[in-house]
Design a binder for this molecule. Structure first.
Ligand SMILES: [Zn+2]
Length: 236
């Protein structure tokens, strides 16, 4: 079985999984995560039992503009990290086995199986997510000290649309896609999340605090809301 309801289907086993998980992943389609040793013959029955959830979730995601057909985006030959002002050339070297990515000056070299573009892309995406963390962490630390707004930990993940969040425990999550936004917007988002360490809401007091550090916040918030369009398709 490679498709279900016209969606590409992949079955992945995860030794840490306790039960079967069905996921809809933008850009990939349906993914079924199964515990090790799971009988693949049971996947069809599980999908059938989840059919209405799959249809509902698909409708919601597609209404939001997500592409669930799983077409692998074209591999980029250039990566323009707007936040850092760096543009790198991306080269691919055919090599069997696991994809590895190295950086050599203004070049990114992706080594992996040429006949598996999804694996090459996955390697490049993981590399870029790590780069995003390298860029965001010192910047967040600097802003946190300057504003005297401590936070407890940073998580950087590639989230679909959300730029960031801040938990009650002061854990700040940032979207790796920020690497493709202008630095001005990244800095504004850092301020936005750090202010949540004082007010865990969007109350009038919260916005007053934001405004006291960034009077132009309305324009920047609007630009952030449109920013997702600036993320290249291979990392979207
Ligand atoms: Zn907020």
């Amino acid at each position: 079985m490679t498709e279900y309801l016209g969606l590409p289907l992949s079955v992945r086993d995860n030794p840490r999984a306790r039960r079967v998980l069905v996921k809809l992943i933008p850009g990939q389609g349906l993914q079924v995560v199964v515990p090790r040793g799971f009988d693949p013959g049971r996947v069809a029955g599980i999908l059938a039992s989840k059919r209405s959830w799959i249809e509902r979730t698909r409708a919601v995601l597609e209404a939001d503009g997500a592409d669930l057909t799983g077409r692998t985006p074209d591999l980029p030959d250039e990566a323009a990290f707007r936040a850092t002002g760096r543009t790198c050339r991306v080269d691919y070297l055919d090599r069997p086995g696991r994809t590895t990515v190295i950086e050599n000056g203004p070049r990114i070299l992706v080594r992996g199986p040429k006949d598996d573009p999804a694996a090459l892309l996955d390697g490049l995406v993981r590399f870029t997510t790590a780069k995003a963390r390298e860029f965001l962490l010192p910047r967040l630390d600097e802003a946190s000290r300057r504003l005297d707004m401590p936070y407890s930990a940073l998580r950087v993940r590639r989230q679909r649309t959300r730029w960031g969040s801040c938990s009650a425990r002061g854990v700040i999550s940032l979207n790796a896609k920020l690497l493709f936004l202008p630095a001005e917007l990244v800095d504004h988002l850092l301020l936005h999340e750090l202010c949540h360490t004082r007010h865990l809401n969007h109350s009038a007091q919260y916005w007053a605090l934001v405004a006291s550090h960034q009077p132009d916040f309305v324009r920047l918030e609007k630009a952030l809301n449109r920013g997702i369009a600036d993320v290249p398709r291979w990392f979207a």
